[in-house]
Write a protein that binds this ligand. Structure first.
Ligand code: SF4
Ligand code: SF4
Length: 277
C-alpha cells in the first residue's frame, strides 16, 4: 500500500509525521520510507541515520553545434521552460539550470545543430533504521525542476517487498509534489491550526481531489491555534481530521534529539492504515 504524507505549507511537521508513522508501522510490518522532498531532504536526520549513495541520476541535456546552427530560433520557440533565448540573427543562448531535458529542441532543430548529451541532476540514497528501510533523493543545488529526480526515485521502489510504502512529499503543490502523489492510494495532508495552514491545506486537498486520491487531514500542533479553520477546509473537500498531534514539549524534545516521535496521535494514523490493509 502506497501512502503519501504531504502538506500545502512548509514547516507544518510533514516530515516529522511521515517519519513517526513509518517508524511506528515498521515495528509490525515491512515498511519503506521514501523521502521525496528532494530539494530539502531531512528524513534521514529525523531518523539519525547515515545515507549511502545508490546511484547518480542524469537527465538529457542539449549540446549546441553553432557551426551547423542557422539561427532560425525554432529551439527557443518550442522550449516551454524558457531555457533557450535567441536574439534575432544571434546564436541561441542555453540556460542549463532551467532545462528539464524534454528533448523538444533537438526534435525541432532543422539543421541537426542540437544533439542530446546528459548531466547529473542528483543522486539516490538508501539507509536503514532497525526494521525500517529508507530511500531518498538529493537534488543538485541551483537546478529548477526536481520532478525528474522524484520520478527516478519512484522507480527504485520495490513495492512487492513491503506492506507499506510511505512517501514524504515536498511541501506545496508544484510538479515535484504531483510526481510524488501519483500512484498513492491515500494522501495524509499535514497542517497546523493557523490561517496560513488552512489556506495551504485548501490547495493541497484541491490537488488530491484533482488527482482523485482520497485524503485525510493530520492536524499538527493541536492546541496552539484555531482548529475550526482546519475543520472547515476539510469539510469543504469531503475530508476529515483523522488525528491531532499535540503541541507538546515531549514531542519537540523527541524531534530535537532525532528520535522518531512516539505518540498516541501517530498510533491512531497507523491503526487507520492497518484497518484498511
Ligand atoms: S531539452 Fe526541453 S527544456 Fe531543455 S532546452 Fe530543450 S526544449 Fe528546453
Ligand atoms: S533550432 Fe537549431 S538551427 Fe535553429 S536556432 Fe536552434 S540550434 Fe540553431
Amino acid at each position: 500500500m502506497r501512502i503519501a504524507v504531504t502538506g500545502g505549507k512548509g514547516g507544518t511537521g510533514k516530515s516529522t509525521v511521515a517519519v513517526a508513522l513509518a517508524y511506528a508501522l515498521s515495528k509490525k510490518y515491512r515498511v519503506l520510507l521514501v523521502d521525496a522532498d528532494v530539494e530539502c531532504p531531512n528524513d534521514h536526520l529525523l531518523l539519525s541515520i547515515k545515507k549511502e549513495k545508490i546511484r547518480d541520476v542524469f537527465q538529457p541535456s542539449p549540446i549546441f553545434d553553432y557551426d551547423k546552427c542557422t539561427r532560425c530560433g525554432k529551439c527557443a520557440e518550442v522550449c516551454r521552460e524558457n531555457a533557450i533565448v535567441q536574439i534575432k540573427g544571434k546564436n541561441p543562448i542555453f540556460m542549463k539550470d532551467m532545462c528539464n531535458g524534454c528533448g523538444a529542441c533537438g526534435i525541432v532543430c532543422p539543421s541537426g545543430a542540437i544533439t542530446m548529451g546528459k548531466r547529473k541532476i542528483g543522486e539516490i540514497c538508501k539507509g536503514k533504521k532497525e526494521n525500517l528501510d529508507f530511500l531518498g533523493g538529493e537534488f543538485e543545488i541551483g537546478l529548477e525542476e526536481s520532478s525528474p529526480l522524484v520520478n527516478a526515485l519512484k522507480k527504485e521502489i520495490k513495492e512487492e517487498e513491503y506492506d507499506f510504502v510511505i512517501i514524504d512529499t515536498a511541501a506545496g503543490t508544484h510538479c515535484s509534489v504531483i510526481s510524488a502523489l501519483i500512484g498513492c492510494e491515500i494522501a495524509f495532508a499535514v497542517t497546523e491550526p493557523t490561517y496560513f495552514g488552512s489556506h495551504d491545506l485548501d490547495l493541497i486537498l484541491k490537488l488530491a481531489d484533482t488527482l482523485e486520491i482520497p485524503s485525510k487531514v493530520v492536524l499538527n500542533r493541536f492546541g496552539m491555534g484555531d482548529e475550526n479553520l482546519i475543520e472547515k477546509v476539510a469539510k469543504k473537500h469531503k475530508s476529515e481530521i483523522i488525528s491531532k498531534v499535540p503541541y507538546s514539549r515531549k514531542i519537540i524534545e523527541q524531534y530535537c534529539r532525532g528520535i522518531p516521535v512516539a505518540d498516541e496521535s501517530i498510533n491512531k494514523i497507523a491503526g487507520y492504515l492497518e484497518a484498511k490493509k
